[in-house]
Design a protein around this ligand. Structure first.
Ligand code: DC
Length: 239
């Protein structure tokens, strides 16, 4: 295994390009803390839905802000199985934040400026011990503009829709391909056109198009990148 220094790795990209699968693999392989910033936006969206603060008429921003300011507790826990789960107080909401309903409301919620600053503040707090890989839409541009390694992920529309569909079906969430494709297109548009930190590739990010790649090929790709960037040729466990 190669030794990677204590850096921050930012992974951004379009919806359903496999960012979290890639980031989790890198975290496990190199011993990094994995943080899923999208889960935080999903958690805030679930809060807004449960409190009746989002619907066809839009978002009741003042009330949502009051809920966040009142000390809404959203945090990650790591059970012994090595996964990362999102909790709201003592309630595990990892499954609920992945439904199609949350997916359909999350982009408008994440376009709200005070929601973004609330999430950013928490992400910085969770990362204070360093050695973190975080995935999202604005990690390399806004949350950690000085991250030592930035990756921007893309994949073809067809591959992305198929992946998302397979993921939902595997979780037992009913969905149709039309619905999934429509949701992806809408999210791409909102995420890349919003006023506050829109999704875009940081100038110093390395692009990874994984449409035709296996997980193993993705791992080899990042190993090559790390070796090239940090000049590490090999590591045999000795100092
Ligand atoms: O990665 P995901 O699909 O779980 O993210 C859900 C939504 O959250 C996504 O549509 C846009 C938003 N998001 C964001 O605006 N900024 C981030 N850093 C991460 C996610």
């Amino acid at each position: 295994m190669i030794a990677v220094p204590d850096i921050i790795i930012a992974v951004d990209g379009w919806s359903s390009t496999g960012k979290s699968t890639f980031a989790k693999m890198v975290a496990k392989h190199f011993g990094f803390l994995y943080l899923d910033s999208g889960a935080m936006y999903r958690g805030v969206t679930l809060l807004a839905m449960e409190k009746g603060l989002i619907g066809a008429e839009g978002i009741r921003e003042d009330e949502l802000k009051a809920e966040l300011d009142a000390g809404f507790d959203l945090h990650f826990e790591r059970p012994a199985d090595g996964t990362t789960q999102l909790f709201s107080d003592s309630r595990n909401i990892e499954k609920e934040i992945r439904t199609m309903e949350v997916s359909s409301y999350v982009s408008p919620i994440s376009a709200v400026a005070f929601v973004r600053s609330w999430v950013d503040e928490h992400l910085h707090d969770f990362s204070k011990n360093g050695r973190v890989i975080m995935d999202g839409r604005d990690i390399g541009t806004t949350v950690f503009p000085n991250a030592e390694l930035k990756i921007f992920m893309t994949a073809s529309d067809e591959v992305r829709a198929q992946r998302r569909y397979d993921e939902l079906i595997a979780k037992g969430t009913p969905a149709s391909m039309e619905e999934v494709s429509k949701n992806l297109k809408e999210r791409d548009y909102i995420d890349s056109h919003r006023a506050t930190s829109p999704l875009r590739r940081a100038e110093d990010a390395f692009e990874l198009d994984n449409s035709e790649m296996t997980m193993h090929e993705e791992l080899v790709w990042i190993q090559g990148l790390i070796q090239g960037k940090f000049g590490i040729l090999d590591y045999d466990g000795r100092d």
